[in-house]
Write a protein that binds this ligand. Structure first.
Ligand code: CTP
Ligand code: K
Ligand code: MG
Length: 180
């Protein structure tokens, strides 16, 4: 069933979805690039901070641990088989999501985009690519067993939709400066 697939994809990516939103709430303080520039442009910009990155990663791992505790009952309730997250896989998903977003900022600055500028496509998938690559690198057996092709496909369709809706919501709530 398509709905089961969407539920599994959403659950499996939760530790990667939470970090960026947590970083928005917790961000601030020293930028990772320390203000450094390459040519006349910043390396990453003031929007990528140590505090946001650490808080985002911790939040994603915390969500994974909560999911582990809830996986049994929630699976039974919904009648689907939801995965649990080994700690190393959780760290891979959460930290990878942050790294993907940071990598996108690097590309944005290189291409002349100011902090906060939109980069359609990249904005919606940077953290997914980062999360998947790091999860695979940190725990390949778990990754291969969890991200089957149908789940992967559902993730790639679901994520941009969720990203757009959560960011518009965060913008309307006044917690995010731009609706992307
Ligand atoms: N944030 C942070 N550290 C991160 C990611 C995000 O502190 N690693 C915080 C920053 O306060 C940032 C906000 O979350 O301004 C929104 O994140 P994002 O939209 O990714 O950053 P932008 O400010 O839009 O910067 P960029 O153009 O580089 O994406
Ligand atoms: K971003
Ligand atoms: Mg932004």
């Amino acid at each position: 069933m398509v709905i089961d697939l969407v539920v599994v994809a959403f659950w499996t990516m939760l530790p990667a979805y939470v970090p960026n939103n947590a970083a928005v709430l917790a961000g601030g303080g020293a930028p990772i690039d320390g203000g450094r520039t390459w040519g006349d442009r910043r390396l990453l910009g003031d929007g990528k901070t140590w505090r946001g990155t650490a808080a985002g990663t911790l939040a994603g791992v915390a969500v994974a641990l909560a999911c582990n505790a809830a996986a049994g009952p929630v699976s039974a309730m919904l009648g689907v088989s939801l995965p649990t997250f080994p700690l190393i896989a959780a760290v891979g998903l959460a930290f990878g999501a942050m790294v993907g977003d940071i990598g996108a900022s690097f590309l944005k600055r290189r291409s002349g985009r100011q902090r906060g500028a939109a980069f359609p496509g990249l904005d919606q998938l940077d953290f997914v690519v980062g999360a998947l690559v790091f999860a695979a690198a940190f725990d390949l057996p778990w990754f291969l067993g969890t991200f089957t092709l149908p789940v992967l496909g559902a993730v790639l369709v679901l994520t941009p939709i969720l990203h757009v809706t959560t960011n518009v919501a965060a913008y309307l709530l006044g917690v995010k400066n731009e609706p992307w």
